[in-house]
Structure formats: structure tokens, C-alpha cells
Design a protein around this ligand. Sequence first.
Ligand code: F6R
Length: 264
Amino acid sequence: MAEVAIVADADEAGELVAESIVSLLRSKPDLVLGLATGSTPLSSYRALAHRIRHERIDVRGVRGFALDEYVGLPAGHPQSYRSVISREVVEPLGLTPDLVRVPNGDLRTLRMAGSEYEAAISAAGGVDLQILGIGRSGHIGFNEPGSSLASLTRVKTLTESTRSDNARFFDSLDEVPMHCITQGIGTILRARHLVLLAFGEAKARAIAAAVEGPVSASQPGSAIQLHPHTTVVVDEAAASLLAHADYYRYAWASRAALPIEQAG
Ligand code: F6R
């Protein structure tokens, strides 16, 4: 079972995530972070940037790997995840730009892009902490329903629901690319710690399926159940369909009484 923290709001979630990252950084200054884009992780990046500034934490050695990228957007497009990661993560956190990678969605080099990305993650020694959001479709990364639970970084077709959810970042739905390149579920499961975040009622079904549903490629988020160390951080609305919410609250509140770090 994943550990589930039900928090008041995205800001409290951000502080929890920032604390986990800061404590890892104390023993590993060249930490490897797995970076989600979208709205959900923004409070975590904000809280982390605040801690880094105020505690003068040296993050020059931190490495990062984004989860995914659109295919075919022109270089420098403001909604390419390369641009988003620079704007929302690299710059505010003060990371070293060359140490933060995003899958390459350039059509001309797409054939090799997945295996190159996998090789780069392996060469970095794997991801220490992977931040994840979840789509209404249940996707993690851009692994839409039906994605193999063993999949590695590759090109996928976005569902219509994901395209319409992400149309808010573009001028129109037509501008949202149909394809993406995404870390696979197998890639994500190799990270040493998964932190899945979700806020709001629209995510409640996907969270219930991920945490308590059967493990199935139809619900890619349910793959977290195969990982020995996953922390799910949700607000009350996203937790509203969890059958065992009372137990999660009780277990989270009492974890400080244990002399060891609880996992799984
Ligand atoms: C983004 C990603 C996606 C998003 C998901 C939720 O890199 O991999 O899985 O995490 O679509 O998006 P938001 O956070 O915008 O609701």
C-alpha cells in the first residue's frame, strides 16, 4: 500500500514535497529529480524554491529528468515542456540548465529519442525522487490507458480528454499536439521514491483507481501499487472517493511514533 497524506491544500502538499527533497539533498547534493509539468506540481516547485533561497542550499549539482514532452512543437514554443521546465523549475530553483533534461520531441530525431533518454537516466544512476501528477484519464506521465506497465520512454498518442484538459495552455484545442514522448510506466517504476500529487474533485476517480483499484493498464496510475515506496499527497477533494481514507489519515498521523521510515 502506498502511504497516503491527505492535506489541507496544494500549499501544504508543496511544503511536504519540498521537505522530502531538502532532506535528500543534505546527503546527496547531486540528487536526481524526476520532474512533472502541468499545474499540480507548481506549489511544490514554489515551496522548494523558497527553501533553497532562504536556507542557501547549494543545488548546482542537482540533476533532473522531465517526464514528457509534446512531439512536433517548434523549438522555444512557450508551451513545450522544455520551455515550461526552464521557466517553472530550472530558473526559480537555480538549477544548472545543462543538468536538466527533457525528452526530445523533435520529429527529425524522434526514432532514437526514447532510447537516448533511457540511457541518460541510467547514466545518471536513476531517479531518486519522481514527482507525478495524474490525469483525469488516469495517466501518469503521458501514459494513457492501455499503456504497458513495463513500457519505457516512447512516443504515444494523447487521448482527446488529455488534449482538451491541456488546451487551457494553448490558444485553441487545435494547437494541442496529438503526440507526445513520455517516460514509460516501467521507467517511472525504476525511480527510488514516487510522489504522486493530486488536488480537486476532478482527480478523485483517478486517485481512487490508482490507490485502491485493481492494478491494470486501463488505469496507468494503479502501477504505483507495484512500487515499494510511493507517497500519495492529496487534498480532501481528491481523496473523497478513497474507501480507506480514515485509515490513511490515522496511519499518516501516527507514523512519527515509529522508529523507522515506513514504506509501502
Ligand atoms: C505532466 C504529466 C501529466 C500531468 C497530468 C496532470 O508532465 O506527466 O501526467 O501530471 O496530466 O496535469 P495537471 O497537473 O495540469 O492537472
